[in-house]
Every structure is written in structure tokens, then in C-alpha cells.
Design a protein around this ligand. Structure first.
Ligand SMILES: *Cc1c(COP(=O)(O)O)cnc(C)c1O
Length: 373
């Protein structure tokens, strides 16, 4: 029996839990996914055993691995030149694993600094070589995506953060990659939210807990020739080669997280694929940006750099921010408090966040502005 034959479709867009969950991460999952997961925690594929209780080397998990990889390759059109890995330690572990494996001793790698996550990646690169700052928007508290890149002569790679979860900015296109090197992208908060040409990248990595599933698993998509490289002596668990060669099962992998991610991939496929996600996400975000553009609120991100995933803004005063958050909470809008480095309000509206929730927030914001303007 296949999962889809027994368990119905994943197309329902309902939200019956009574809360609009704007959490930045871990974040809301599609209700249709949660319902299937509930069932499979109890008994997956008619095996009489739940997904968390199966051996990671048994046939049921083999099936989960096959379905997950197939769905991932299909939705982003990922060729066999790329390895798909499921690692642990979050995106934060990738900050050091990337330079440890791919930055030669004494070498230089280029980084675009678009916020706190980029800065953390740069910090780890210093342990292994010289990160060169190709561009930065730090001078204006990361309110835009810098476009003028000054790359070094022969960087090992060019690293960027495609969506800046804290500041609410997002690359609309990949930065131009210097000849003879490859792009490395931290896509933790916008992966699979829109079409992506994977062939333009050497490495894409993302912690699952924003757009893909539960925390505890990190998706790494890496060109196979890059995954084979390792610039220094490292522990087995710290080498991409180990995980690529062992199908992410060198040790016990985060089976449950991989399984949920696979169901989310199938949910994306059944709901219009990446194109469908992009259309839906643009309309969702626009409903809120329209309110920001009508005055009263102070958006953080500059037009042209706005994120479709994290919408950041302040009320005219800090006191009003507090009133806003209190009234929002009382009206079932959860998780809207902004990160301390921007303050105010952040609405995270990843793939799984329902469109109706964005419309409800937009209406709440209009009412609040009218009352307090
Ligand atoms: C959340 C986030 C991270 C950190 O992810 P962990 O899985 O907690 O390590 C890194 N980069 C970006 C862009 C993020 O949004």
C-alpha cells in the first residue's frame, strides 16, 4: 500500500485550530500535512508500527527515503548531478561545515552580509580562512539587499542568505556568481517558496523548521563533485562526503523530520508546485504590504527588497507597538512580536500560512490604524 492510496489528498486548506500562527520558526505546518502525520505516527503504510518506531534501515524507512527524495527532485527539478542530504545541527552547523569542507587553508570565500544569519556564517568562516565581504547592508540596519558586489579575485565560493528572516528582506534573484566559483545559499526561510533554478547553485541549505517541517533536520542540496571535496582532516560526521556516500544514513538520521519534510514536499506538489506557492505567497504578502503602504505603519524593508516570507514593521511609537501586540494576541494572532534588532512587529507567512490569515491580519491592521491614527 502506498501512503497516498490509503490516506487521501493533501489539498485541504482549512485552519480549524483557531489561531493565526505567525511564528518565525518553528512555524505553522499545513493542516492537511499534520492530519496525515497524526495517522502515520500511529501506523505508517499499514505496517502496524508508527514512523518514529521503525528502524532507519528497514523497508518502511527505505520507502520514506525514496518518496522524500523523489518529491524533492520533482518539485525543484533537481538533476542527478546533485546530492540531497538530511543533516542535523540546524542551518547553524552548516555555517561551519561549509568552510571546514570547502574553504582551503589560507583561502578566501566571499560573503554578502544581509543580516544576523549572514554575520553568523561569516564568523564561522574565520575559523578556516578569510571571508571577504562582497557587499553589506549593515549601514542601514539591513533594510535592503545590496546589489553592488565587489568580489575577491578567486573566491572558493560566494555565500548569501536568500531571505533575511529577522529583517524581512529577500533576494529576488541570485547574485551574479564570479567565474570559476559557485554559489552557496542559506535558504532556510524561503526555500521552495518560489521557483528556483538549482543548476545555478553549488550548495543550497535550509533548516527545516520554517518552510519544510519540524526542527531537527537540515536539507542540503549539493553538487556531487563539491560533496566529494574536503579541504582538511575532519571527523567523519563533519564531512559532506560521509553523508552523501551513505544516503544520509551513516548514523541514525532524524527520521521523523525527514518523513514530515517528505509529506510537505508532496503537499507542495499537490498545491501547484513552486509556481503555485509563489503566486499564493505574493498575494498573501501583498495584502499586508498594501496596508503598510497606506501610511500609519513604518515598514522596515525598502521597496524592491521586501520579503514574501517575513514582513517587518513598526507602529508610529513603541507604546503603540505594545498595544498592537496585546490586541493582536487577544484576537488570535499569535507570534507577531518582532525580533529585538528591528523591534515592532514581524508577520511570518511561510508557504503553509493560510491566505485567510493574511487577509484577517490586514483587516485587523486597518482597524487598528483607524482607531489610533
Ligand atoms: C532560522 C535561520 C537560521 C538558523 O537555523 P537553525 O536551524 O536554528 O540553526 C539560519 N539562517 C536563516 C536564514 C534562518 O532563518
Amino acid at each position: 500500500m502506498t501512503a497516498s492510496a490509503t490516506q487521501g489528498t493533501l489539498t485541504s486548506a482549512e485552519n480549524t485550530r483557531g489561531k493565526h500562527n505567525f511564528s518565525a520558526g518553528p512555524a505553522v505546518l499545513p493542516e492537511a500535512v499534520i492530519r496525515r502525520v497524526q495517522q502515520d505516527i500511529w501506523d505508517i503504510d499499514g505496517s502496524g508500527i508508527g514512523i518514529m518506531e521503525h528502524s532507519h534501515r528497514g523497508p518502511v524507512v527505505d520507502g520514506v527515503w525514496e518518496r522524500t527524495e523523489a518529491a524533492c527532485r520533482k518539485l525543484a527539478n533537481i538533476s542527478d548531478d546533485y546530492a540531497i542530504m538530511y543533516l542535523q545541527g540546524g542551518a547553524s552547523t552548516q555555517f561551519s561545515m561549509i568552510p571546514a569542507n570547502l574553504l582551503p587553508e589560507g583561502g578566501t570565500a566571499d560573503y554578502i552580509n544581509t543580516g544576523a544569519w549572514s554575520q553568523k556564517a561569516i564568523k564561522e568562516a574565520k575559523l578556516y580562512g578569510t571571508p571577504h565581504l562582497a557587499a553589506s547592508s549593515e549601514d542601514s540596519n539591513f533594510d535592503h539587499i545590496p546589489t553592488d558586489l565587489k568580489c575577491s579575485d578567486k573566491p572558493a565560493y560566494l555565500h548569501f542568505t536568500s531571505n533575511n528572516t529577522i529583517f524581512g528582506t529577500e533576494f529576488s534573484d541570485e547574485p551574479a556568481c564570479p567565474e570559476g566559483t559557485f554559489l552557496v545559499c542559506d535558504a532556510s526561510s524561503d526555500i521552495f517558496s518560489k521557483p528556483i533554478d538549482v543548476s545555478k547553485y553549488g550548495v543550497i541549505y535550509a533548516g527545516a523548521q520554517k518552510n519544510l517541517g519540524p526542527s531537527g533536520v537540515t536539507l542540503v542540496i549539493m553538487r556531487k563533485d563539491i560533496a566529494e571535496r574536503c579541504e582538511r582532516t575532519l571527523p567523519s560526521m563533519g564531512m559532506y562526503k560521509t553523508h552523501a556516500e551513505n544516503d544520509s544514513r551513516y548514523n541514525t538520521p532524524p527520521v521523523f523530520g525527514v518523513y514530515v519534510m517528505g509529506v510537505v514536499f508532496e503537499w507542495i506538489l499537490e498545491n501547484g508546485g513552486l509556481k503555485g506557492m509563489a503566486i499564493r505567497n505574493a498575494a498573501k504578502a501583498q495584502a499586508i504590504y498594501d496596508v503598510l503602504d497606506a501610511g500609519f505603519y513604518k515598514p522596515h524593508a525598502k521597496t524592491g527588497s521586501r520579503s514574501m516570507m517575513n514582513i517587518t514593521f513598526n507602529c508610529p511609537s513603541d507604546d503603540l507597538n505594545k498595544v498592537f501586540l496585546k490586541e493582536a494576541q487577544a484576537n488570535s494572532f499569535d507570534g507577531l512580536k518582532g525580533h529585538r534588532s528591528v523591534g515592532g512587529i514581524r508577520a511570518s507567512v511561510y508557504n503553509a500560512f493560510p491566505a485567510a490569515g493574511c487577509q484577517a491580519l490586514a483587516q485587523f491592521m486597518r482597524d487598528f490604524a483607524q482607531k489610533n491614527g
